[in-house]
Write a protein that binds this ligand. Structure first.
Ligand SMILES: Nc1ncnc2c1ncn2[C@@H]1O[C@H](COP(=O)(O)OP(=O)(O)O)[C@@H](O)[C@H]1O
Ligand SMILES: [Mg+2]
Length: 388
């Protein structure tokens, strides 16, 4: 990791053009923060009416590996960032040749493939649970035996919200599969086989770093998943100060070691035995920090713009305990949800992403709330969600 002496001095002033690879909800909320600070915004997305299109100046329509679209996105932009890590490396290199790409190509290349990411974490001494990289059914058989029989199998590229995953030797809400079925289910492709850990709970830590090398971390958020999709998250996490300190140090080390200019969210597992493991990394804003818009002095989206434009990073301390609950498309299956009932709950705000086709499992929006404690904020969003 080196710090470019030029970038130490240069900020990218308001009025400049910030471009974002990806125009989903994270791109939308980043664009809103950029606009608040006076930037112009261009996004690239396969979908012309993507969530960010309603707040951006311009949408470049293109797939994640479309080098020509990436060139048009970056041409004339003062900085380029991203909201999704599944961008083709050729497209990333094209962008990086035309404008500062923050974060850079190399951290995205490592993170976008779970096999490379897990290997990088282990090789660099970061704590990860037992895992094997597998590229055939025979290797998977071997790995499952070595890992003790209960395994999460995750495709290297393109998985999210539990998609591209299979579970072997486990009981629970998701049906457990045999090795052969699991290998077939993930499309017989390079994957990570992970030992199923005995989780006490899941947390995440957001870190930010600007080109001048300044690093800041947020307090940890506590996350609850249902069917491998984030259901709710609260800030602060309500964990021991010992775990909080370890988790914060881990996130700060990770962002510096990866040389990221922008954001890095580390999803962490805390096991019943008290171990702390890195589950996975995201070099961008993250669903588990949406409550930073309500509870933190500086939201994750403002922090990304500050980092990308090389401004001093914002204060990450809490103003109020806060929580979010995700709204999946399932809520729309029987008609429009009862928003009035939800908004009658004190402290609750509605966030919708203007996605026009609700599908089961699709993130359509979220509810956020502040409260006098994280428990109260969480109870408020869960109550509001039940009323929908
Ligand atoms: N090794 C594991 N042990 C126990 N639970 C796991 C393991 N891996 C994943 N999970 C559960 O599945 C969720 C989704 O897995 P993750 O690797 O974060 O994939 P995604 O890319 O879909 O977010 C995790 O947040 C956790 O609840
Ligand atoms: Mg995850």
């Amino acid at each position: 990791m080196s710090t470019d002496p030029q970038s130490l001095r240069q900020t990218i002033p308001p009025g400049s053009l910030v471009a974002i690879l990806g125009g989903g909800q994270l791109g939308r909320m980043t664009a809103i923060s950029a606009r608040t600070m006076g930037y112009r915004v261009r996004v690239m997305d396969p979908e012309p009416h993507c969530p960010a299109s309603f707040v951006a100046d311009e949408v470049i329509v293109g797939r994640w590996d479309d080098v020509d679209a990436a060139r048009r996105l970056a041409a004339g932009a003062d900085a380029v960032t991203l909201e999704i890590e599944q961008i083709g490396v050729d497209a990333l290199c094209e962008v990086a040749g035309l404008a500062p790409l923050r974060p850079g190509v190399e951290p995205i290349r490592i993170i976008q493939d779970k096999t490379l990411q897990k290997t990088w974490l282990a090789e660099n001494g970061f704590p990860v649970g037992p895992f094997h990289v597998v590229s055939s059914e025979a290797e998977l058989h071997q790995a499952v035996r070595a890992l003790g029989g209960s395994v999460f199998l995750k495709i290297g590229r393109g998985g999210y919200d539990g998609r591209g995953q299979a579970r072997i030797g486990l009981d629970g809400p998701t049906r457990s599969q045999s090795v052969a079925e699991a290998w077939k289910a993930i499309g017989a492709q390079p994957a990570v086989a992970e030992q199923a850990l005995d989780l006490a709970f899941e947390i995440s830590v957001m870190a930010a770093r600007n080109p001048s090398g300044e690093v800041r971390t947020y307090p940890a958020a506590r996350n609850h998943h249902e069917s491998q999709i984030l259901a709710w998250s609260q800030l602060p996490a309500g964990i021991s100060s010992e775990i909080e300190t370890r988790a914060g140090a881990l996130a700060a080390d990770l962002i510096a070691k990866l040389g990221i200019e922008g954001l890095l969210c580390a999803e962490l597992f805390v096991t019943r035995a008290g171990e702390l493991f890195v589950n996975e990394l995201a070099p961008r804003p993250h669903n588990s920090y949406h409550q930073s818009e309500r509870g933190s002095v500086t939201s994750q989206f403002e922090q990304l713009i500050r980092a990308v434009c090389n401004f001093p990073l914002g204060d990450t301390s809490l103003v109020a305990p806060a929580a979010i609950a995700n709204l999946l498309g399932d809520l729309w299956l029987n008609g429009e949800p009862n928003f009035a009932a939800a908004l009658a709950v004190p402290g609750v705000r509605l966030h919708l992403y203007e996605k026009h086709s609700p599908r089961a499992g699709r993130k359509m929006g979220h509810l956020s709330a502040v409260g006098s404690s994280a428990e109260e904020a969480l109870e408020r969003v869960l109550d509001a969600k039940r009323r929908l």
